[in-house]
Design a binder for this molecule. Sequence first.
Ligand SMILES: [Zn+2]
Length: 440
Amino acid sequence: MSIVTPHVRKHLSADALFHLVRSGFASLPDHRLDDTEISLTDALMSAFAMFSLKAPSLLAFDKERAEGNVHTIYGIVRVPCDTHMRTILDPVSPKGLRPVFTSVFRQLQRGKALEPMTFLDGHYLLALDGTEYFSSKTIHCASCLHRVHRNGSITYAHQMLGAAIIHPDQRAVIPLMPEPIVNRDGTEKNDCERNAAKRFVAKLRQEHPHLQFIVTEDSLSANAPHIETLHAHGLHYILGVKEGDHAYLFQQVQGAEHAGRVISYERHDRAAGVVHRFRFVNDVPLNAANTGVRVNFIEYWEIGQAKVQHFSWVTDLRVNTRNVYHLMRGGRARWKIENETFNTLKNQGYNFEHNYGHGEQHLSVVFATIMILAFLVDQAQQLCCALFQAVWAKLGSKRMLWERMRALFYDYDFASMRQLFEALLYGFKKSSPLVTLDSS
Ligand SMILES: [Zn+2]
């Protein structure tokens, strides 16, 4: 019987991407004057390996680390103990990690891995959303947000603006470097999602001046200043709107309806027993204060046998009966930033909300950012590595996949992650353990 090995695209394999991440880390400046026994690269790569292996805590990683595989697979010379890792990583500026995200992204572009993510006329759908991943009454650092309660007590928190390229037909998402929402210079003034979005968009454009994006966000973002920011950076948008928050807009649509300007459209999906009902109108003002900001409006009902779901959006893309169904799918795909991204990070082995260590300066942000980097590398495998897909299908769930991967990693020596995945897929002959005797 011959075995057909699933096709692996060499430059996009886990091993190639680990190598790329490691060389990215190696270009970060190490400002430490003393104690350079363990390099900054090794400390960063150890954190990456911890998230890549989905080790449940720093301690578990520290106790179980298998020096052999950590060296061959992740290229780490020396793994710091947990306390040491925290000390080395706390002063690292999170923005130094951005080029590492970019180099993985460029590799995906070169390997044409992003082609299946194209949504409309060469544009990618980019979902943005804020999330909180840490809060505490006692643990805090210089970059924590402060929520002061009426009784004077304070809750400390960490939030970030997450961003991912999504596609309605793809389960994989491609996360970009998130924008931390943090206190600047230990001031009392809190940063906020809106400011983070402004910074994010400016950096996105700096980094990818020619990529075409359609940004999709929830209704909090459907405000005139944000739309103007998107417009100024050449970004298209599909943003959620709600009648309660956008009363003026809905009145304008009602007016347009009376004037006969609103178009109704229906599509029947008999196989699924669903009716897709739309009404849309182009060129209406978003609100009374900014009548210069004009948008195209889509309202949509998904009418199933048991329930009706209702959504509405505004977009700068001109709506017609040919594209309204596709635009609706783009607007609805926004949930992937919550579900396929944040929920995966929180509940599918990455422990996004677990406190791996808080630090006094940046540690909490550094850990969260490196976790998303590990998630990016995993998603790249999910999107384009047939070997990864085959192992996932065989084991039936990600949870099982990470569990089996970790067990093998700690118990056997492998030359590469590819060899480990092949062992998971085809099985392997187990040998008796070679017991090391203590001769002292
Ligand atoms: Zn903090």
